[in-house]
Design a protein around this ligand. Structure first.
Ligand code: PMP
Length: 439
């Protein structure tokens, strides 16, 4: 079969059999899959028709070390041949899981030293809510159950994680969610204080936030915000959970984004960049204090565990992935290339009228679209038109159009170099100009 025939067959099968995550089911039927990728190398993907595109999103903010890493394939193969998997229930173990737990303890700030493994960010979130409630319950405060999160926050799609997510359309998918979840304003410490006052600190288990909101539009906290959050949580005996699912492993120019603010959460959630997406894995890291209390007060069995908690092959890949991040100084590259990206955004902002605020922290960034005449958002969303123009020219970026936003977001692989940043910026500029001229 020639390539176009294979593509048509796949599109046909896709329409009939593949329910895509976070996708328009109608659009899939009408237009078919926009891309069916077959290969990746560095920051580029190639689709089945041979079209090469620059991945400005590192897929879902996660392919930190870039595509086509033979070392990671080799790490998986070696582990699979020796011992692909055994479960970690009943205190049984395997070497990669133990070594990875120790490595995460070394890398995470402060006394975050004990790790519970999951297979995704959503699982890390639901695990953290249960652990936080369990932590208070076994210490004689079973009524400390409420979880406070923030508007525009994204924490995943399991029932607990959806309930914590503060992006309304995700919550509205079903007409019933988990009880005991509350949402406060994104950067208002006052809103958190008020919420605690109304609900009572003795009813609240934890506050959760992303150090930089990702899916909510790459929202970077103002100076002092997270230090104040840490203080409020301490004063009220509320656990602070940092969801570093996107921001972990160098994305923001530090190993973990909490380091920008000099704070140590009680619980840190990881996934995505932990394996750069080569294999599913997530982790929940808790402080020594929590770990010790869990040991001291818990009786019988901790009845929480996934079949794949501590999956040997996933953990072996994570160890190799972290080794690559360290050896190739990808965190420094994230800082340097992040600066290039921001400088480029500023240039584009000066030249193109529909570009509003731009921002980055390391290699995560956003460009907002505004109507230059009114200095407000356009009535219809413009960002999706820009991303469509960019895709035509070989650049993949995403848009955030919830909650009144009209924003382009960026999160390229941390291996991106100067030339590739220039290519990204040049395509972005052309796409923005094309859309601006069409308005
Ligand atoms: N937390 C954050 C901050 C995320 O960005 C995501 C995924 N985008 C999740 C949790 C959920 O992770 P997963 O999709 O692996 O379940």
């Amino acid at each position: 079969m020639v390539k176009t025939e294979i593509k048509e067959t796949l599109i046909d099968l896709d329409k009939k059999h593949f329910i895509h995550p976070t996708s328009s089911l109608k659009q899939q039927q009408e237009t078919g899959a926009p891309f069916i990728f077959t290969e990746g190398k560095g920051v580029y993907l190639t689709d089945i028709s041979g079209k090469k595109v620059l991945e400005g999103m590192a897929s879902l903010w996660n392919v930190n070390v870039g595509y086509g890493r033979k070392e990671l394939a080799e790490a998986a193969r070696e582990q699979m041949e020796k011992l692909a998997f055994t479960n970690s229930f009943s205190s049984m173990g395997n070497e990669p899981a133990i070594r990875l737990a120790a490595k995460l303890a070394e890398l995470t700030p402060g006394d975050l030293n004990a790790v519970f493994f999951t297979s995704s960010g959503s699982e890390s979130n639901d695990t953290a809510y249960k652990l936080a409630r369990y932590y208070w319950k076994i210490q004689g405060s079973p009524e400390k159950t409420k979880i406070i999160s923030r508007k525009k926050g994204y924490h995943g799609v399991n029932i607990g994680a959806t309930s914590a997510t503060g992006i309304t359309p995700f919550q509205e998918m079903t007409s019933s969610l988990a009880p005991d979840f509350l949402h406060v304003d994104t950067f208002s410490t006052e809103s958190l204080r008020k919420c605690i006052e109304i609900e009572g600190p003795d009813k609240i288990a934890a506050f959760i936030a992303e150090p930089v909101q990702g899916a909510g539009g790459v929202n970077i906290a103002p100076d002092g915000y997270f230090q104040e959050i840490r203080k409020i949580c301490d004063e009220n005996n509320i656990l602070f959970i940092a969801d570093e699912v996107i921001t972990g492993f160098g994305r923001t120019g530090k190993m973990f984004a909490c380091e920008h603010y000099g704070i140590v959460p009680d619980i840190m959630l990881l996934a995505k960049g932990i394996t750069s997406g080569y294999i599913p894995l997530g982790a929940v890291v808790v402080t020594d204090r929590i770990h010790k209390d869990l040991i001291k007060y818990s009786e019988g069995v901790l009845l929480h565990g996934y079949t794949y908690s501590g999956h040997a092959t996933a953990c072996a890949v994570a160890l190799k992935n972290i080794e690559i991040i360290e050896k190739e100084s990808l965190i420094e590259n994230s800082r340097l290339m992040g600066k290039e990206l921001l400088d480029g955004f500023y240039k584009i902002q000066k030249e193109i009228d529909i570009v509003g605020e731009v921002r980055t922290l390391g290699l995560i960034g956003a460009v907002e679209i505004i109507n230059p005449v009114t200095n407000t958002r356009f009535p219809a969303h413009i960002a999706p038109k820009v991303s469509a123009e960019a895709a035509k020219r070989g650049l993949i970026i995403r848009t955030v159009v919830f909650e009144g936003m009209d924003t382009l977001v960026f999160s390229p692989p941390l291996v991106i170099n100067q030339k590739e940043i220039e290519e990204l910026l040049s395509i972005l500029r052309e796409a923005l100009l094309a859309v601006q001229n069409s308005l």
